[in-house]
Design a protein around this ligand. Structure first.
Ligand SMILES: *Cc1c(COP(=O)(O)O)cnc(C)c1O
Length: 463
């Protein structure tokens, strides 16, 4: 399998090349040359595999430049850190199925991809005899998942900037208590925007970037999307075996469109099986307006109780546009240029119709999210985190005779304040969050200045 760019201006590259690459060199996003449709006979054999076995089959298909025996080793290591033997178990709660994606080390779904990516990076760096210094800014979730993905990996260091005193206490503890020496938490005396601006400025200094082998781990990385395809297929097989249903729907709490795009790929790979994907947003509803009215126009970011979905420009959206535009990179390029200038894309009725064959969508506000946490708990005894609750609310809205599988993207104990607001009590802390307060904290406090961060990198980066 070779990979191309949504903007059509790179020569096809093998999978391995995509892993260390963020954006394609023409500014587009990486996609496979074609989406394989899995034959019925193969699906029968896949349906009874364990999670790691299924992951290996999917990866072999999309990444044939890594031998199967190596994939088995990488996958086994990546998912050994999950606390559940099924890795991503599916449980029936009330009228819906919940796909629990939060059994990884940081209790959020990003672990499913980032645990694998850490091992993939290490594997490729050893092969190429080179090093990598990961630089990123976080307001919470992604930072800790990235840190846990690469902690202790050889030839990698990670430097995560976050606003000092402005990330949630649980998330700050998760990041700063990691003891591995290749992890550096830089608490910046400023805002998240300051952190992002510093990272952007440093990546903009191409000579510095090359000299210090700087790289990113953002959600546009193709390997991250691919790792997420697996759990859609996995959950489909589980629910199909239990109910005999021919078709299911998935409800997906969405921010950057990465997770739900993986669902779109799984839908195409199955041919028939996933009827539609329910795209759930919070008050930041640009993607809901896109699905329901063909209006993709940027607004201001509204801070909510589901902060990992507080996004206006969805970084993976361009991948879907490529298919909506019948795989025409010229149209993608034009649209993205127009969007960069005007902050707005409008779609024709025929396009909206096709979008609505793939997606249903609902925007769920804070009041509805809290009410959903309360009602779901009352009826089932199960506590939803605020992101998952947005998805469940949308899932219930579009419930029909087909099984509805709702993605649980975070453990409720990561968002105790929101849960307390809804239920009057905090959720119990699972093991990985217990006693974090008593561990030594490793963080460096820096002024919000590009030169200060550069000096720190120069002193500590691998070269
Ligand atoms: C990142 C995140 C999301 C959004 O996922 P996207 O791939 O950005 O759409 C939803 N919920 C949680 C808990 C997350 O961390």
């Amino acid at each position: 399998m070779k990979y191309i760019s949504t903007r059509g201006k790179i020569a096809p590259i093998p999978f391995k090349e995509t892993v260390l690459m963020g954006l394609a060199e023409d500014g587009g996003l990486i996609l496979p040359e074609r989406i394989p449709v899995i034959p019925r006979e193969t699906l029968k054999t896949w349906a009874i595999l364990s999670y790691p076995e299924l992951a290996v089959e999917v990866f072999k298909l999309f990444a044939d430049d890594i031998p199967a025996s190596d994939w088995r080793r990488l996958v086994a290591r990546a998912y050994a850190t999950f606390r559940h033997p099924e890795v991503c178990p599916v449980v029936k709660k009330g009228p819906v199925y919940i796909l629990e994606l939060f059994h990884g080390p940081t209790l959020a779904f990003k672990d499913v991809a980032l645990q694998l990516l850490g091992h993939l990076f290490e594997y490729l760096l050893l092969e190429r005899k080179t090093k990598l210094n990961i630089l990123g800014a976080t307001s919470g979730d992604t930072g800790s998942a990235a840190i846990y993905g690469v902690r202790g990996r050889q030839n990698i260091k990670i430097f995560i900037l976050f606003p000092h005193g402005r990330v949630s206490p649980v998330q700050a503890l998760q990041m700063t208590t990691v003891p591995d020496e290749n992890v550096f938490c830089l608490a910046i005396e400023g805002t998240f925007d300051d952190c992002q601006a510093i990272v952007k400025a440093i990546f903009g200094d191409l000579e510095f970037k090359r000299h210090y082998h700087l790289g990113a781990v953002n959600s546009i990385n193709w390997a991250r999307v691919l790792a997420q395809v697996v759990y859609y297929l996995w959950a489909y097989f589980r629910v199909r075996a239990e109910t005999g249903a021919e078709e299911v729907r998935f409800a997906v709490p969405t921010g950057n469109f990465g997770d739900i795009f993986a669902g779109y790929l799984a839908k195409r790979m199955l041919g028939k099986g996933i009827e539609r994907l329910v795209l759930a947003t919070n008050e930041n509803d640009i993607l809901t307006r896109f699905v329901n009215r063909g209006d993709y126009s940027v607004g201001k970011v509204t801070p909510t109780i589901s902060p990992s979905m507080d996004i206006q420009i969805a970084s993976n959206f361009e991948r879907y546009l490529y298919y909506l535009f019948h795989e025409d990179p010229v149209r993608v390029r034009e649209a993205m240029e127009r969007f960069a200038h005007t902050g707005r894309l409008i779609f024709a009725p025929e396009e909206i119709r096709r979008v609505q064959e793939d997606f249903l969508s609902l925007s769920v506000n804070q009041e509805e999210t809290l009410a959903t946490i309360a009602e779901f708990y009352q009826k089932t005894g199960y506590i939803l985190d605020p992101h998952t609750a947005v998805g469940v609310r949308a899932g219930l809205n579009f419930l029909d005779e087909r099984p509805m599988i709702c993605l649980a993207t975070a453990h409720p104990a990561k968002f105790p304040e929101a849960v307390k607001k809804a239920l009057g009590k905090e959720p119990e802390r699972p093991k990985p969050l217990q006693g974090l307060e008593n561990l030594p904290r490793r963080e460096v406090i820096l002024l919000p200045e590009v030169e200060k961060v550069k000096a720190f990198l120069a002193e500590h980066a691998l070269i």
